[in-house]
Design a protein around this ligand. Structure first.
Ligand SMILES: Cc1cc2nc3c(=O)[nH]c(=O)nc-3n(C[C@H](O)[C@H](O)[C@H](O)COP(=O)(O)OP(=O)(O)OC[C@H]3O[C@@H](n4cnc5c(N)ncnc54)[C@H](O)[C@@H]3O)c2cc1C
Length: 386
């Protein structure tokens, strides 16, 4: 098979890359191993992220609108932050964007990409089904991608910092009706967070995202489940009997930072490139696809031409991701007692209390991270308030 742009992986970034390359006039194939039964994990986002990414959250996949998040420290100190958020039906979300891709002229193909080889100004991808020859291959196959590595790129700068996650769909009468996401930080989920996300009705998810403890984070999940039941005991009858319906595992590249993301005839986007998050990775995919479309139209698919994608991505996102990483590194170094003090300070009048400027900056950065869509400007404002 031949095409202008082959996108590997119907991830949020891959879908948007395919759509935007096709809109730019390129002939696009979108290849995914599970096209018939996509089962992706990410299902929450905030309005700020969606707006910054140019994404309109559509009614056809919206499950529940939330009022904000509550950050909880290890000892149960809490600070509420209003920020409109969404719980989405991920299956319907994927179907929506697959339909959009098809109506933009993208050919959907089921198959597993094994490796690629550069052949002049084209790249050949060998899948389990056939060989596909493309002017540009976009690797959007997630954190466990091997295509980019196989082509000699190191697309994540700190791959060792992937947060490994275990998330369960749970059911208990009325649990999904809550209006705030709950995010615990501290040693119950070292390096990132433990989450409760209400999905409406009786449904919700519980998850742990852990850095620095390997890929098997089940012990953290078990301990968190126990803590969650204890925390909600006074609020729900029989919470000990909440049902776990299904479990998903995977990696969240929350602070790995993109590394080398373009080569001749090759671009990397989304989780594979360390561009974490549903909305932000969609924006990254959009930039990637539009540069791919332009490169095909101009007849120049060299690394130099494709590096426009890297430049545009950096202009929009580099500092947010840089701050995100700095924030998480700070958080990972904080002891539970320090996090307790920080969250207690947040729930009071002053956002940041006491300490040197550097300490304040570190604390503020940790909190800025939890807003993720917030920018460095927010950090400056928070510091001034402190
Ligand atoms: C448990 C969990 C929960 C999360 N929750 C959220 C959340 O609520 N909100 C948020 O913003 N972020 C969340 N994240 C982070 C988020 O998933 C990612 O940052 C984001 O969705 C980007 O996805 P991705 O690019 O990593 O690709 P994925 O979603 O991993 O998709 C990769 C696609 O590529 C396909 N594929 C892989 N290899 C091949 C191959 N060789 N050939 C063909 N196809 C292939 C797969 O079938 C899959 O469809 C979560 C992460 C995890 C692990």
């Amino acid at each position: 098979m031949k095409c202008d742009v082959l996108v590997v992986g119907a991830s949020p970034a891959g879908l948007m890359a395919a759509i935007s390359a096709a809109k730019g006039g390129a002939g696009v194939i979108l290849l995914d191993r599970d096209l018939a039964g996509l089962d992706h994990a990410a299902n929450t986002l905030f309005e700020g992220m969606a707006a910054a990414s140019g994404i309109k959250v559509e009614d056809c996949y919206l499950k529940k609108e939330l009022e904000g998040m509550r950050i909880l420290s290890p000892s149960g100190q809490g600070a509420s932050i209003p920020a409109k958020g969404y719980f989405i039906d991920r299956k319907k979300f994927d179907e929506h964007y697959l339909r959009l891709a098809q109506s933009s002229g993208v050919t959907l193909l089921a198959g597993i990409a094994k490796k690629s080889r550069l052949d002049g100004s084209r790249r050949i991808v060998f899948s389990n089904e056939e060989e596909i020859e493309a002017k540009i291959v976009v690797d959007a196959s997630g954190v466990s991608s091997h295509l980019a590595y196989g082509a000699g790129l190191v697309p994540m700068r700190h791959a060792e910092d992937i947060a490994w996650a275990m998330e369960a769909d749970i059911e208990h009468p009325g649990l999904g009706e809550e209006m705030f996401f709950l995010y615990w930080i501290g040693s119950m989920a070292p390096g990132w967070k433990a989450t409760f996300s209400p999905a409406g009705g009786d449904r919700a998810t519980l998850g742990v995202f852990v850095r620095g403890h390997g890929q098997n984070v089940q012990p953290f999940f078990r301990a968190f489940l126990k803590r969650f039941r204890a925390y909600k005991k006074g609020q729900y009858r029989d919470i000990e009997n909440l049902k776990i319906l299904s479990v998903r595992r995977g990696g969240d590249p929350i602070c790995v930072m993109p590394g080398e993301i373009v080569a001749d005839s090759l671009m990397v986007t989304g989780g594979a490139a360390g561009q974490s998050g549903l909305a932000y990775s969609m924006r990254a995919g959009t930039i990637c696809g539009s540069v791919a479309g332009e490169a095909v139209a101009a007849g120049n698919v060299s690394r130099g031409s494709l590096s426009q994608y890297e430049k545009l991505w950096k202009r929009e996102f580099y500092w947010q991701y840089r701050m995100g990483r700095a924030s998480l590194q700070t958080l990972a170094m904080m002891k539970d007692e320090e996090i307790d003090r920080l969250v207690r300070g947040l729930s009071g009048k002053r956002l940041i209390s006491g300490g040197s400027f550097a300490k304040k900056a570190g604390y503020a950065a940790a909190i800025v991270l939890l807003f993720r869509p917030k920018t460095v400007l927010d950090l400056a404002v928070n510091l001034m308030r402190g």
